[in-house]
Design a binder for this molecule. Structure first.
Ligand code: PGA
Length: 234
């Protein structure tokens, strides 16, 4: 099981360091891989605090070139230099608000993997796409541009479930995860309003290998509770 906390545009370096100190001291289960995804400016602080732990630090995005004239972008090489272990790519907010396409997502994923980063690539349908019966086609299109890699994980995040308090039903999650796994044999996380009180049910579904958590990852107690809900230890 992998539980990743996507902090989005929250927590500068000071807050990130304080959170990571608290997470380091929290009782986390040994059988769950735990990852935090701070904003770029907070990565180094998180890496320093978590240096001697098993908790991984991921960026939220990364460019497809190693360097060049790409104002405002950050490369995988730079992320590696500060000790970052992996990166999210293709989050629906990147796709919807910042013009990310299936092709740019695929390019970012390829370079990040080639540079030795682990990658959580995000896919998922919008409400309009689900209502139009296009969920399956959207997932196939978004996953279809990616190639298998042992360091690649997919996060299935229905866009209508992100930050809305609405989660997919366990059947919807199971169906989407089955579709993804039939296309690519990689671990698949569920994301979209995962909270301490719904995590256990979602994570118990076959084909659900963990969770990508937004809002509920900003508070140490709720994030640690989700990590514990993912544990199979008794
Ligand atoms: P949420 O966000 O848990 O706040 O719905 C999930 C995500 O965007 O990764």
């Amino acid at each position: 099981m992998l539980i990743a906390g996507n902090w989005k545009m929250h927590k500068g370096p000071r807050e990130a360091a304080a959170f990571c100190r608290a997470l380091r001291d929290a009782a986390l289960p040994d059988d769950v891989d735990v990852v935090v995804c701070p904003a770029y400016v907070s990565l180094e602080a998180a890496v320093q605090v978590l240096a001697d732990t098993e908790i991984g630090v991921f960026a939220q995005n990364c460019h497809w070139e190693r360097e060049g004239a790409f104002t405002g972008e950050v490369s995988a090489t730079m992320l590696r230099e500060v000790g970052v272990y992996g990166t999210l790519v293709g989050h629906s907010e990147r796709r919807q608000l910042f013009g990310e396409t299936d092709e740019s997502v695929a390019a970012r994923v390829r370079t990040a993997l080639a540079e030795g980063l682990h990658v959580i690539a995000c896919v998922g349908e919008t409400l309009a796409e689900r209502e139009a019966g296009e969920t399956d086609a959207v997932i196939r299109r978004q996953v279809g541009v990616l190639e298998h890699d042992e360091n690649l994980v997919i996060a299935y995040e229905p866009v209508w479930a992100i930050g809305t308090g609405r989660t997919a039903t366990v059947e919807m999650a199971r169906e989407a995860h089955e579709t993804i796994k039939a296309l690519l044999d990689v671990p698949v996380l569920y994301g979209g309003s995962v909270k301490p009180d719904n995590a256990a049910d979602l994570l118990a579904q076959p084909g659900v290998d963990g969770a990508l958590v937004g809002g509920a990852s900003l508070d140490v107690d709720s994030f640690a509770a989700i990590c514990r809900a993912a544990s199979r230890e008794v």
